[in-house]
Design a protein. Structure first.
Length: 469
């Protein structure tokens, strides 16, 4: 056994009891976890799902002190949550901490410090040997917590995403053409990252870059007189729609070709529609020549893995990737092979001759994005900057949806290509996302303050079923 953690309780710290969250906590939790970031928080939209998800455990802290009042003069109630956090297992041995929130009425009283220790104890009980979490670069409280509990700061990551989240290509052309008329609200969706604002000057450059392209597109395809290229695209789209209908009819037994797709709510075919959307996306990527064939020979798969393994951007990013949106885990050769088999790896090679050949690779968790109805994101990009940009642009086109990239800050892949990223419509976010990590051997000391400061209403034990377990 390693030495027990030194006691770190500070006078005034509030002793807590820790247990798993229950449906009956919902009201109390959402009371303080609804408006965290300038009046907004994602917790209400994931709470129910979190309570039920088998891959993680949601913990709450409740006050143990008698007759305490919070800073707003409200009496604390014994079993009413004052803090929440989720311990998610991303793989059998990697834990991810998320959703830490302390009721503003009891902040700065050591609740997060004590609760963080309890979360580590729960992570360890799930079999985690490493723990990570992400926070904004300027979230000092969160950084101090990490420091206190033995976390180290990893390389920060910066996101790059098009300022126009367009779903439909025609709409995209129209919007890009009028982009210069659009105010800053156009970037509102980028605020889905607390840290993801696009600097105004960068956004302006990106819009300016997008506008001429839109004019070109409009000139190429005047209304009512489609060119040959446009006619071919339309034919392909009609064929795809036919294929989708046949696929769906085959699975659901519902011949809805004439009437259009069934309402998911009525037919209960949501999963099938998701599957159909996924297949369609894959087909488009395959047609665009981007998909690394899921049936690739092991030799080819290995060659691509070796490129990733030796890629300096991958090394700089601590060999992590973002398969679940906003959660980072290690990419191993076995996981890479599984992503190839699942049709989630895109590749591109450009130029000829050994010395001039450039390559790019992206892991694209399409199923995840579709089921969460999120904009698609690359879990990982590697290779040469110019080729990665071409791959990202081609992928966005094939999906008719813009892609979000997140790349270790200062990575060779971006260095020297900054202007090209902006010109291609991938301006950098102003702030970075900070990742923190610590190992968690089974005998690791976990700091729970002085005896009695943290009581487990339920002893930490293995309750989660991680993906791939
Ligand atoms: C960040 C947060 C969890 C801290 O909770 P808390 O119970 O007030 O924190 P504690 O009293 O246990 O303090 C923990 C450490 O953070 C520091 N800290 C807390 N709030 C801070 C703030 N606003 N600014 C700077 N430091 C802060 C404390 O000084 C302490 O540092 P120390 O151990 O070096 O003395 C809480 O403010 C919160 O819920 N914020 C909104 C959500 C959030 O930021 N979650 C974190 C990750 S996304």
């Amino acid at each position: 056994m390693t030495d027990p953690a030194p006691s770190t309780t500070v006078p005034g710290d509030l002793p807590i009891s820790v247990r798993r969250a229950r449906p009956g906590d919902t009201h109390a939790v959402l009371d303080f976890a609804r408006t965290t970031w300038d009046g907004w928080d994602y917790i209400p939209s994931v709470w129910q799902e979190w309570l039920e998800a088998p891959d993680g455990v949601v913990l709450v802290a409740t006050p143990r002190a008698q007759r305490e009042i919070d800073r707003f003069g409200r009496p604390l109630q014994p079993d009413r949550p004052i803090a929440i956090a989720r311990v998610a297992m991303l793989s059998p041995d990697e834990a991810w901490l998320e959703g830490l929130r302390v009721d503003p009425g009891v902040r700065n009283r050591g609740v997060a410090r004590l609760f963080h220790g309890a979360c580590l104890a729960w992570a360890r009980a799930q079999g985690a040997t490493s723990v990570r979490y992400a926070t904004g670069e300027d979230n000092e409280g969160s950084h101090r917590l990490g420091l206190h509990h033995g976390f180290r700061l990893l390389r920060p990551w910066r996101s790059y995403q098009p300022p126009h989240p367009r779903v439909d290509e025609a709409e995209e052309a129209e919007t890009a053409a009028s982009a210069t008329l659009v105010g800053e609200d156009e970037f509102a969706d980028l605020a889905d990252e607390a840290t993801g604002e696009v600097p105004a000057d960068v956004a302006e450059q990106a819009m300016a870059a997008a506008a001429p392209e839109a004019e070109e597109r409009t000139a190429e395809a005047p209304a009512g007189e489609p060119g040959v290229e446009r006619a071919r695209e339309e034919l392909e789209e009609i064929e795809e729609r036919e294929e989708d209908r046949e696929e769906l009819a085959a699975v659901t037994g519902e011949p809805w070709a004439a009437a259009g797709p069934p309402s998911p709510a009525l037919s209960g075919a949501t999963a099938t529609l998701e599957q159909a959307a996924l297949e369609k996306a894959r087909r488009r990527l395959r047609r665009a020549g981007l998909l690394l064939d899921p049936g690739s020979a092991p030799d080819l798969r290995r060659r691509w893995w070796e490129r990733v393994r030796d890629d300096p951007t991958f090394a700089m990013g601590d060999r992590l990737y973002e398969f679940r949106s906003w959660a980072f885990q290690e990419l191993t050769e076995a996981r890479f092979a599984a992503h190839v088999r699942a049709g989630e790896v895109l590749v591109m090679e450009e130029g000829s001759g050994r010395r001039h050949r450039r390559w790019a690779l992206a892991v694209l968790p399409l199923g995840e994005a579709l089921s969460a109805d999120q904009r698609p994101w690359a879990a990982l990009v590697a290779g040469d900057g110019a080729a990665v940009l071409d791959l990202a642009v081609a992928t966005g086109r094939a999906l008719a949806r813009p892609l979000r990239l997140r790349i270790p800050d200062g990575a060779p892949l971006v260095t020297g290509h900054e202007d090209a990223f902006i010109a291609a419509g991938f301006p950098p976010a102003r702030e970075t996302l900070h990742l923190l990590a610590r190992p968690l051997p089974s005998d690791a000391a976990v700091d729970l303050g002085d005896p009695g400061m943290v009581v487990f209403a339920e002893p930490p034990r293995r309750v989660t079923v991680p993906p791939g377990a």
